[in-house]
Each structure stands twice: as structure tokens, then as C-alpha cells.
Design a binder for this molecule. Sequence first.
Ligand code: 5GP
Ligand code: MG
Length: 168
Amino acid sequence: MKILYSQEKIAARVREIAAEVTRFYEGKPLTVIIIASGGVFFGADLIREIKLPLWVDSIGAASYIDDRSCGRVSVRSKLKLSCAGRHILLVDEILDTGLTLAELRHYVLGQGALSVRSAVIVAKDIARSQANGLADWTGFVAPNRFLVGYGLDFREEYRNLPYIAILD
Ligand code: 5GP
Ligand code: MG
């Protein structure tokens, strides 16, 4: 396993993103929606560095490729809060094709959100995700390899690694 982003490097980047998010939402009520399971790790670190009062909710979502090879996203749980009239920040661990975030952005706007933005700790395939939209805040742009750690799993393992590594 090759470590790409160390615990220290991630923590420093999370603080930078949190400072930008804090400036951006100053004076606007913010609701953070963390996408489970992968986004929980970055989400927990990020919200504790955002220097604003905020609401937190989470939603379960997963993208999968069906046997006809078209990407689909399933929303697996419901929000506790209503999105109506809220400024929403979606938090996930990785942006690959961008389908997960695009689908949730659509879902949240459909619930009446005033605005939707997104943050991920890594973005992988910028070219591939272009069609579905990029994240508003990205920690690192990673090479197109299979990554684990800091929320990223291989069959639900490795999520708790404090760093992000390439799984060989
Ligand atoms: P998207 O919807 O942007 O294509 O993909 C997001 C999802 O794909 C992530 O939530 C994650 O489950 C999975 N994924 C994409 N690339 C990687 C990777 O390099 N490592 C891991 N562990 N999951 C990935
Ligand atoms: Mg996953």
C-alpha cells in the first residue's frame, strides 16, 4: 500500500477548506449533509473546523454500475431535516464520475433547498466527472488508481485508516 496523503497533510487541507467554507457561508445559515458511509470521516473533521453555527444531517447513497454498465445512484436513507429554505453543503469522500453528487444535488433541490454546494476530500477523474459537475471544494486531485482510507473502502474495509493510500 502506497500512502498518497498523510494524516498531517489531510488535516492541513481540511483546515484550509473549512476556512474557505466559513468565509463563504458567513451570515448565511448552513446545513451540512454528510453522505454515508464514506463521507462520515471527512465530514466529521470538516464540520469541527467550520467556525459557524450549523445543522448536520446525513444520507446514505451509493453509486453502482448495473449489468448494462450505466451508472446509477441509490439513495438509501431519508434525511431527518427538511431541505426547504436551507443552504446545503453536501460532503462526500471522493468524486469519481460525479454521479453521486449530481444525483443528491438534484434530490436536495427537489426538496426546496435554496442553494447546494459540495465538498470532497479527493477528486479522481476530473475528465470523466466533467459531464456531471465538479465539487465546489476539493481537497486533492488524485491519480486514477483505487484509493482506500479516510472513508474510502474496499468492501467496507480500510475506511478507518487515517491516511489515503493506493491499494495494489
Ligand atoms: P461517483 O458517483 O463520483 O462516480 O463515485 C463516488 C463513489 O465511487 C464513492 O463514494 C466510492 O464509493 C466509489 N469510488 C470511486 N473511486 C474510488 C476509489 O478510488 N476508491 C474507493 N474506495 N472508492 C471509490
Ligand atoms: Mg464506497
